[in-house]
Design a protein around this ligand. Sequence first.
Ligand SMILES: *Cc1c(COP(=O)(O)O)cnc(C)c1O
Length: 397
Amino acid sequence: MSIVKVSEKGVFGEGELTFGGSFVPEPLQKALDQVEEAFLRYKDDPDFERELDYYMHEYIGRPNPLYFAERLTAKLGGAKIYLKREDLNHTGAHKINNTIGQVLLAKRIGAKRIIAETGAGQHGVATATVCALFGIPCTIYMGEVDTKRQELNVFRMEMLGATVVAAKSGNRTLKEAVDEALMDFAQNYKDTFYLLGSAVGPHPYPLMVRHFQSIIGREARKQILEKEGRLPDLITAAVGGGSNAIGLFYPFVDDSSVKIVGVEPAGEGLETGHHAAPLNVGKPDIIHGFKCYVMDDAENCHSIAAGLDYPGVGPEHSYYKAIGRAEYAAITDQEALQAFLDLSKTEGIIPALESSHAVAYAMKTAPNMSKDQIIIVNLSGRGDKDVAQVYELIQRT
Ligand SMILES: *Cc1c(COP(=O)(O)O)cnc(C)c1O
């Protein structure tokens, strides 16, 4: 029996304090019911699993290594640090694990069209990629402000054959992109599949995204047992919506000897309000149709890492915090930037700014642990996409 208590409708926890669920208008609920039905029908289907395995291996390049960062470990003088190399996946991050899984589901139920929302563009690119792979028409909603900030990602999606629609209401950023995508989905769900990018949103998305991302933790568990003959003492990952983190954490959640720490972006500092750390500074509320910890002032949401810039967080992380199964630390923009530079110099691996938050936490923590202890860090993505931004940041300081 797992310690994770979740209802059939994706409600985590029991009693007063629960998370997740689905709080949406009726037309949208119909669309979600259709996704749930598809997920339940195929998730354990041997034929579907074979097809998923095939693409995980042949297209994404899995399994990726669990790499012992020997120079980083020696430099810090404490626990052994292993990096789960999601950065080596095709397209350079973990997001493709989920987009492949969901596109295969969409294909099974005969969807003629795929839609998705994107903030900085990373999930849009991962979705456009798998739609190109299967020749399915694809529409990506993106806030108009974001389309200007991330021009090159818009071009990348278009090169892959996607149509990018700029959301022009409100602040013209991610929230409006989500609203427009949901409206499209409610209207067109009979032939359209909404491919959601993180372990957030109404049921069944958090459970479905966990299902497809858990390959990270399953591989890491097997790999550490092969290499060290035992489980790690600490596993850690950056938390935006929480998909790469839940992917690593879930297969270890019932191993009580394994400490679990998610790392939220403290941005300019938790005390400034300019962060994206709802599990550190926030309270339970409903956002985008589900219940989770939400930042006190979502308007101030900020992180150096565009992929972490979300005012809510996955319901399962909210639940792990509430029951004390995981801790959620916070790392500032400055600390993440330093870790980005340090890992590059020490190991020849340039991490994504998102992943750099988890690297920074491991670098802070390892020296306080003994040399026979083990940390696994999820290196969720590669940092090539961030080099221009880091160049500008360094020029300015
Ligand atoms: C999008 C992204 C994240 C944050 O998303 P989660 O759903 O929290 O995993 C983290 N790392 C990278 C490299 C990303 O692209």
